[in-house]
Write a protein that binds this ligand. Sequence first.
Ligand code: SAH
Length: 449
Amino acid sequence: MLEKNKIYEAQIVDYTSEGQGIAKVEGCAVFVPNAIAGEICRIRIEKAAKTWASGKIVEIMERSEHRINRACPVAKLCGGCAFHHMDYEEETRMKAERVRTCLNRIGGENLPNVPIMAAPTCEGYRNKAQYPVSVKKGKAIAGFYRAGSHDVVENQRCLILPPESDAVKDIVIDYVNQYRVMPYDEKTHKGLLRHIYVRRGTVSGQILVCLVLNGRRLPKPEVLIQRLKKVPGFTTLVVSVNTKVGNSVLGDEFITLYGPGYIEDTLCGLNFRLSPRSFYQVNHHQAQRLYEAAIACAEITKNDTVLDLYCGVGTITLAMAKAAGKVIGVEVIPQAVEDAKDNAARNGIENAEFFCGDAGQAALELERQGIRADVVVVDPPRKGLNADTIEALSRFAPRRIVYVSCDPATLARDVALLKERGYQLKDAIAADLFPRCAHVETLVCLTRK
Ligand code: SAH
């Protein structure tokens, strides 16, 4: 076991899934934030367990040529971005490598490399921000959590967000301070404003502002609306009522105070309605490229029925509808399903159907009803597919399975399960939808043997 507070010299040999560097010291894995593979550092141990430890760099003995200093003034404090210290070449290299390692080690593949779709820009790309609100020196502040904590790091201007998003945040904070709206305190469960959620359609420029309240009512909402109207594109103000203790940001009830309660955006040539509760990829440009690649590898023909599980507001479903005979989307969030149905209608798409429910259970039910699926698309949350979904996939036995994943480890686990059920991996490509952040998206195509 390594000694706490002792300084060890070691080389960074790899990265964790959160983007921390890994050094090996006396057979122990040491996790080191802000480190770059290849660097030799002096590391002070902060936590030590039997097989692992974590520590901080006290000195870099050999610096990586990929080390940079980012312009962000709170880069070292804010837990939002993991890679303020690393150039984009190294960031994309390590993301592609992570996908490759997962598919090989967990998925039983033997891929020599996995290509990555790198982003053309690392700035201003995020179309959604959820700023937690807190108090500092008696004033409300908003920003993002410090890594591994719920302390809010105040941030004037977040570089991965569009300026309109921060402009909204500043207006809300000024209003909150003026009208003495109490920020929510997790420890006491007192206070009103929990989060400021802003979503801006990258193409439409429309802005949704959603204030998450531990309650239902804001003082003087008309003053806030008047001020928000100064931000170009401001479209709607919604309150999300979340009086529950816990980490989930949004509550179940939404009250529209101004505008339609949703925004619109254009993606893959289609118009989408987006309610606050509905999922929408945060990087518009990269999502569009990812979906185009997904459509290409699905190789859909006019007679095909396509089943899109975990379909959200129907982005991929509807983008595939033109090429297919019929498309069916399944999604668990009712508001997203309502959006998806509306989205089919607003784009004049008549061969799409949407169901609300758990993907696996709904898919099994559809299969029982005799529905066939020639191509199945799955785009699950990080935990990947559940047993029902895997079972439904093997019963449908589609020609192709297109798997869009936000976690390469669970993707690789599911690929291994699908290989046992008669599928083989045809293509795998990583896509960087989250520059500066540790997450990486992957698209794989599986064909039936
Ligand atoms: N394909 C869509 C959405 C992907 S995100 C897009 O690219 O825009 C994953 C979606 O799965 C979310 O909309 C989430 O609400 C939904 N989801 C999560 N668990 C689910 C489950 N068990 N069954 C069906 N959908 C689920």
